[in-house]
Design a binder for this molecule. Structure first.
Ligand SMILES: Nc1ncnc2c1ncn2[C@@H]1O[C@H](COP(=O)(O)OP(=O)(O)O)[C@@H](O)[C@H]1O
Ligand SMILES: [Mg+2]
Length: 266
């Protein structure tokens, strides 16, 4: 396996596996046969230029988008489809719900509910979607907010928090579902540089706890620090992938070299 950190665990079925995924929006082919594995406890980073299909891949993974060809498996269980091509959809709603509740997504724009307090944001889905006991969930929610460094903000409204604090609340909300994997879509891109670091620290803590994560990021230093495996997506295909030392230290393709020099210069 690619990782030096988690050899024993990589033998088991990956938490998420994508095989040969194709996705088009009408005539626009966005993913052209992408395969990806997220073994338990590993961090997979997805890098690439804007428009290369990173968000689309995450959204397909979470079954927020349909795909036309290829397989998506969670713990070795494949998504069941009906129909073909642009008419292909998941066949089993209960399966979709079960898979989706095992994945939590963190978005670039935080997407907190503005009419709920921070604690309510964190507890809402475990109580209403998973039917868990409110008092227990609130206890867990308070602990998670403390863990991400905003334990004093439980009763605040999202608008009263900085961007970095809002994003940390969104991460606590994702964790409160006890997901099998976390999906991050450019979690630091909307933040000023000094606020990015407080979110980076939380993501690094999660990586060191061996949370399974797929991380889309433009922050190459973060990707280099936390990843077991880095995937460089270019125009809907994986152009190059490997351990971070190799991808950042000895890129094999001109495309990746160009991307890295452009990104580092920015
Ligand atoms: N809902 C949509 N409808 C049509 N085209 C889309 C939609 N979402 C994304 N796209 C297109 O798919 C391509 C990949 O987008 P995206 O996955 O957002 O890339 P990235 O996250 O790497 O910047 C882009 O050309 C984008 O314009
Ligand atoms: Mg994107």
């Amino acid at each position: 396996m690619d990782s030096h950190k988690n050899n024993a665990q990589s033998e088991a079925a990956p938490v998420i596996e994508i095989r040969g995924l194709h996705k088009a929006y009408g005539p626009l082919e966005v993913l052209k046969g992408v395969s990806l594995r997220a073994p338990r406890g590993h961090v997979i980073s997805l890098i690439g230029s804007s428009g290369s299909g990173k968000s689309t891949l995450l959204r397909c993974c979470n079954l927020l988008e349909d795909s036309q060809q290829g397989d998506i498996l969670f713990d070795a269980e494949p998504v069941r489809w009906r129909g073909q091509g642009l008419g292909r959809h998941p066949a089993d709603r209960a399966q979709v719900t079960r898979f989706r509740t095992n994945l939590s997504m963190v978005f670039q724009q935080f997407n907190l509910w503005s009419h709920m307090t921070i604690l309510q944001n964190v507890t809402e889905a475990p109580v209403t979607v998973l039917g868990q006991d409110r008092a227990e969930v609130e206890e867990r929610g308070r602990q998670l907010l403390a863990k991400v460094g905003i334990g004093d903000k439980c009763d605040a409204w999202p608008a009263q928090l900085s961007g970095g604090q809002q994003q940390r609340a969104a991460i606590a909300r994702a964790l409160c579902m006890n997901p099998k994997a976390l999906l991050f879509d450019e979690p630091t891109s909307a933040l000023d540089p000094e606020l990015q670091q407080e979110v980076v620290k939380v993501i690094k803590d999660l990586a060191s706890e061996h949370r399974t994560m797929i991380l889309v990021t433009h922050d190459m230093r973060l990707a280099a620090d936390v990843s077991d495996h880095v995937v460089f997506l270019h125009q809907g295909v994986i152009c190059e992938e490997g351990p971070p030392d190799q991808l950042f230290g000895a890129p094999q393709t001109d495309r990746l070299r160009q991307f890295l020099s452009a990104t580092m210069a920015a």
